[in-house]
Write a protein that binds this ligand. Sequence first.
Ligand SMILES: NC(=O)c1ccc[n+]([C@@H]2O[C@H](COP(=O)([O-])OP(=O)(O)OC[C@H]3O[C@@H](n4cnc5c(N)ncnc54)[C@H](OP(=O)(O)O)[C@@H]3O)[C@@H](O)[C@H]2O)c1
Length: 264
Amino acid sequence: MPEVSNKLAVVTGASSGIGLELAKIAAGEGYDLIIAADEDQIDVAADILRSIGVTVDAMRVDLSTKEGARDFARFVADNGQPVDLLLANAGRGLGKGFLDQVLDEALHVVNTNVIGTVSLIHTIANQMRSRGHGKILVTGSIAGFIPGTYQAVYNGTKAFLNSFSFALRHELKDTGVTVTCLMPGPTQTKFFERADMLDTEVGQAEKDDPADVAKAGFKALMNDEGDVVAGWKNKLQSVMANVTPANILAEQHAKMAAPGTGKD
Ligand SMILES: NC(=O)c1ccc[n+]([C@@H]2O[C@H](COP(=O)([O-])OP(=O)(O)OC[C@H]3O[C@@H](n4cnc5c(N)ncnc54)[C@H](OP(=O)(O)O)[C@@H]3O)[C@@H](O)[C@H]2O)c1
């Protein structure tokens, strides 16, 4: 059982996948938790996390809106405990060609990954800056380095988040607040099923363990690193992406993300 403390971590998208693993690590390190997701599973996650021995408050909230982010920030403030760690991880993917996507679903990806994330960080990072203390982890992606043919909107949101994280980190230097960008590669979570990409090569490929990805992200966060790409294959891919023309990257992405590219 972790030592009793008054440290607090806020984790969005903590009901499954990478976010649940991040929350488990934070709980194991003795952080009390405030967690959010937009479906009932968040209450199941809260029970799992309580069994680690920390206090857990959970909110079911749609973080794809400014209002949802505001309500969640209020829920956090009402707790009365300052936020030591903010793990802004909630996110959605969406496959298929852009014109074949339902526009509202594509906009939901933008709203969740960009609007919700930026809105929540604006409120909580301001509070951290006023106190001169806090650490923020943003879940970006190596997808942010690659124009995502057949995943165009999603990769665009992750390019935004990667870029935003690096910039905010520099704006907050010398304030006591650090910003770290976790950039996973394909990871074994509900992500590809929810993105309707199970018939694609990347959807069927072997993927990283979300526990390992979370471990790499949490370690980088605690070490005040600017970014971490989880896993050596992804590290290699991100290095290659930085020296490959965008047009070629876009062509390569189609081969793994186009509908029907999976073997099964
Ligand atoms: N899996 C990958 O290959 C991969 C690679 C790179 C980056 N990422 C990023 O990692 C993060 C976590 O994804 P994951 O792979 O762990 O997938 P996941 O298992 O589907 O988890 C996504 C989490 O985000 C929450 N969420 C989604 N939309 C939300 C909304 N509008 N409001 C509140 N919560 C919302 C989900 O809650 P509900 O279940 O309640 O909707 C869930 O807790 C995402 O930002 C994703 O883009 C994933």
